[in-house]
Design a protein around this ligand. Sequence first.
Ligand SMILES: C[S@@+](CC[C@H](N)C(=O)[O-])C[C@H]1O[C@@H](n2cnc3c(N)ncnc32)[C@H](O)[C@@H]1O
Length: 253
Amino acid sequence: MGKNKLKKFADMNGYRCVLQYPWARLSEEGFPHKGKWGSDFFNNGNPITLELGCGKGEYTVELARRYPDRNFIGIDIKGARMWTGASQAEELGLTNVAFLRTDIELLERFFDSGEVDEIWITFPDPQMQKCRRRLVSSRFLELYRRVAHGGARIRLKTDSPFLYAYSSRLLRENALATDADTADLYATDGLEEVKSVKTFYERQWLARGKTIKYLDFRLPEEGAAAVAEVDDSDIERDDYHSFPRGTARELKS
Ligand SMILES: C[S@@+](CC[C@H](N)C(=O)[O-])C[C@H]1O[C@@H](n2cnc3c(N)ncnc32)[C@H](O)[C@@H]1O
């Protein structure tokens, strides 16, 4: 590991807002704040918003700054990226921010039923070949239902025409309510708040002339049927996302 990365990990060990729970630690110790984020960690009963695959955590930090009466948790498996947002949160003295370094698949180990109020998913890998790994697939929406309340808001920002077409079909076929839906965010009136924060990946996609898509939708209400998966075989694959690892390698090249 490079010196720079080592320093970032050392910094993060000293940050109050960073919680690092790789699988080995989680299975040994369990997670102490599950069901008690409000009372144990944030010391308030305010609603909790997650940013999944937060990378550098632009939404987590900026929304926490704007909304001191809400709590924000950025989640990513990659610590070196998270360091940027975590360092900003520490410098700004934000007490309504946490960064959780873990796999999103383990969400239920960290949150009790109904503990989450809202979820942002910012520029996820489209996972064109592996539907079950897509952060907006029926499998993941069902996972979110187990930690968020019925009808909780999900906000998806993506550059991927494939992911946007797939998500739109999933919402339509499952009759999930949509509060906003645009295939070209910056050519759409309003939605100023969504436009005002740009993530690291978003800036790079914009620089490459890609349009940004945005969906704001609701999870099913309590007791509603499970979200059914849809057939994506006829949806055109993006020609600029690399296979099989998604955008990361593509953007570095
Ligand atoms: C394409 S990047 C986007 C990062 C950031 N949201 C942005 O827009 O700049 C996708 C991020 O999701 C994270 N990620 C993907 N799958 C994950 C998982 N199962 N658990 C945790 N993080 C995941 C990756 O580590 C990566 O940082």
